[in-house]
Design a binder for this molecule. Structure first.
Ligand code: IVH
Length: 669
């Protein structure tokens, strides 16, 4: 393909992706076209053009941004916060135009950075920030790196000069990814998409800007280059045809009710839009009417921004406390001087975990930015101004659980510190009982979360052991609960009774010992044969069991040295919970996979690669990285690549995770 047709093809894909939101080729295919063009242009430099899609990356760093005078000023909008404000606006418009009803164009108000783009005969020649509205900064090199800004317009007869107005934003999903990367590199995270977008456009080094996932959304024209339109909505449609990305959330409407409806509908979807918005904009649709209405000082009389409540606010941290969640995780929570955020009063905000407190460096008496977006729990985003910061203002993770006094443990590599009193800590009661009753544990049918909520809230049951105390949980007590007919009460009671007879493996799993899942519980039961042998085993003995390393062994030991756990176990046994005990296993069959070589490829549905490796190695198998004739099995998961092809080529057995597990079960029998 020629350089020019490659360029056209790439531009068409850009248009489909950014304007129509309907790409027709996979990203890899697009990248291939891009590479091909790049190679062609560097082999034949005379084929390169300044508006080629390959010219987006880079440019030399600037010392400062040159100034640009906008051909038409970039004005601001008047804001409305209430329905009365909007009613007043509509009334003034109708009166000035002397009409009963006026048609409006409705758009989201993007929360980003305003920019102006200049096209000379359809070619992008200059991009500038808004500045004071009359003079902005020339950010052409930076804006050239934004892929959704077309370097050439698609129309066949472009105006000689065109000023396109719009907003630079970062989509939420891209923002999350961007911050995840910052986190990985140990670098400071961006506060919000708007700040990140604004900071990226104001970068003096365009190579840095090129790495930021910036997007452009157009909402109007400055100098229209003589093109004549009747309505603003037609301007937007025309811009889309030119390859400029305009919002798909746009509409036209007549009358106050329809304006408010649009505002409300978009508010409902606000959190699900790909980009952040801080309101909607109403614009009188007929351009002749716009002209008639004109401007007052720096804002048009024909348009209005109807804002949503701000999702961020500043307030002071009164204290930092710790909350214990249902699963025992300790979450630092900032107590705040009450402040209105996103339309609600906020007086607590989560700080997630200890590392977050340190990274954001939040102390008591600091002034912080709090965010509350939609239904999400309010969070402390960053410190705006440090307080006096005396030693007592610093947050320390408590060593004992504030609810039950148990030791607080933080396992290496985990973000959360946890209370170790899982079986008896009041904060974890419901979770402990639900887990105990769950299908793979003691399997008490009919004891779901609604029932457990009631049993715990009415103080009928405090620990799983209480379920087996006939004085507490009997048919009469159960039938008093809401939505509990006598018959269902009998059923639940019978299910509790049936669960008394169980297996050692289920019982061990049901205790909810941290890091002891179903498989480990089964291994422990098989290895020790009896409960008391397990409860008394040293860490060393515990580590004899397959897949039990130092962390798991320590966690088991800790569990069985806590007197309150032992008391609950004693009560469970006197309550009638029992199982058949056996002899300790003679030692595991280490060599079931001896002499067999495995290759792992792709993503397995339920185990990580490390876990799968461990499962194979612990049975004497070998795991290697590449497929050769010496390999016996290739374990393939989702998105397996070359290795799978190679296996087929060499005629090597390919199995999936289920089959691997079946082989392991067979080996362990
Ligand atoms: S029209 C003369 N439409 O809001 C009217 N502005 O206060 C010019 N903004 O920074 C603005 N979304 O960048 C218009 N759909 C939209 C908008 C929008 C966001 C920004 C604009 C400017 C501010 C105006």
């Amino acid at each position: 393909m020629s350089a020019e047709s490659l360029r056209r093809e790439i531009e068409t894909h850009n248009y489909r992706y950014y304007v129509l939101d309907a790409p027709t080729i996979p990203d890899a295919e697009y990248d291939k076209l891009f590479r091909e063009l790049g190679e062609l242009e560097s082999a034949y430099p005379e084929l390169a053009t300044p508006d080629s899609p390959t010219q987006r990356v880079g440019g030399v760093p600037l010392a400062e941004f040159p100034k640009v005078v906008h051909r038409t000023p970039m004005l601001s909008l008047n804001n409305a916060f209430t329905e009365e404000d909007v009613a007043g606006f509509d009334r003034r418009v109708r009166e000035a135009l002397d009409r009963d009803a006026v048609e409006y164009a409705l758009e989201p108000k993007f929360d980003g950075l305003a920019i102006s783009l200049l096209y000379d005969h359809g070619r992008f020649v200059q991009g500038a920030t808004r500045g004071d509205g009359y003079t902005g900064e020339d950010a052409t090199a930076n804006l050239r790196t934004v892929r959704s800004i077309p370097l050439r317009l698609r129309g066949s007869q472009p105006p000689a000069l065109l000023e396109v107005r719009g907003e630079i934003v970062i989509f939420r999903a891209d923002f999350q990814r961007m911050n995840a990367r910052q986190r990985e590199r140990g670098e400071k995270e961006f506060v919000n998409p708007r700040n990140a977008a604004a900071g990226s456009v104001r970068q003096l080094d365009p190579r840095l800007t090129a790495q930021r996932p910036l997007r452009f959304l157009a909402y109007g024209l400055g100098d229209s280059g003589g093109a004549s339109f009747e309505r603003h909505s037609e301007v937007l449609d025309w811009m889309a045809d030119q390859g400029l990305p305009v919002p798909s959330e746009r509409a036209t409407a007549t009358g106050l009710r329809e304006l408010l409806d649009f505002h409300r509908r978009l508010a409902d979807r606000r959190d699900r839009l790909p980009y952040a918005i801080d309101g909607v904009v109403y614009k009188v649709n007929r351009l002749a009417d716009q002209q008639m209405l004109g401007f007052v000082s720096r804002a048009p009389r024909f348009a209005l921004a109807h804002k949503y409540p701000a999702e961020e606010a500043l307030t002071e941290v009164i204290g930092i406390e710790v909350q214990v969640g249902r699963s025992g995780a300790l979450t630092p929570v900032a107590r705040l001087k009450p402040v209105s955020v996103g339309g609600a009063t906020v007086s607590n905000a989560t700080l997630h975990n200890e590392d977050e407190v340190r990274k954001k460096d939040v102390w008591r008496r600091d002034v912080v930015v709090v965010r509350r977006a939609g239904d999400v729990i309010p969070e402390v985003v960053s410190v705006s101004q440090a307080g006096p910061r005396e030693p007592s203002d610093r947050f320390e993770m408590p060593r004992a659980c504030p609810v039950c006094g148990s030791e607080v443990i933080r396992i290496e590599g985990e973000a959360a510190a946890r209370c170790s009193g899982g079986l008896f800590c009041p904060a974890q009661r419901k979770q402990a009982i639900l887990h105990f009753a769950s299908r793979r544990a003691l399997d008490i049918q009919g004891l779901g979360d609604k029932l457990v909520d009631q049993l715990v809230d009415r103080a009928v049951v405090e620990t799983p052991a209480d379920l087996y105390q006939d004085k507490k949980v009997n048919v009469a007590a159960l039938s008093e609960l809401d939505h509990m007919a006598e018959k269902s009460a009998e059923n639940v009671h019978a299910a509790i009774d049936r669960s008394r007879r169980t297996t050692l493996a289920r019982f061990v799993y049901a205790l909810g010992i941290r890091n002891v899942g179903e498989a480990t519980a089964a291994d422990l039961a098989r290895h020790f044969g009896s409960f008391d042998r397990l409860a008394l085993a040293s860490e060393e003995e515990l580590q004899q069991v397959r897949d039990v390393g130092p962390v798991v062994a320590a966690s088991i030991r800790r569990f069985f040295t806590e007197p309150r756990n032992l008391e609950i176990i004693r009560q469970l046994r006197t309550g009638g919970v029992h199982w058949e005990e056996g002899a300790p296993a003679p030692g595991r069959k280490a060599g079931a996979f001896a002499g067999k070589t495995f290759v792992l490829t792709g993503t397995l549905p339920s185990v990580t690669r490390e876990e799968a490796q461990e499962l194979i190695k612990s049975r004497g198998g070998k795991v290697v990285g590449s497929v050769s004739k010496k390999v016996n099995f290739v374990v393939a998961g989702e998105e397996a690549g070359n290795k799978l092809d190679k296996a087929h080529e060499l005629g090597i057995a390919v199995i999936d995770e289920t089959e691997l597990k079946r082989m392991i079960e067979g080996a362990d029998k």
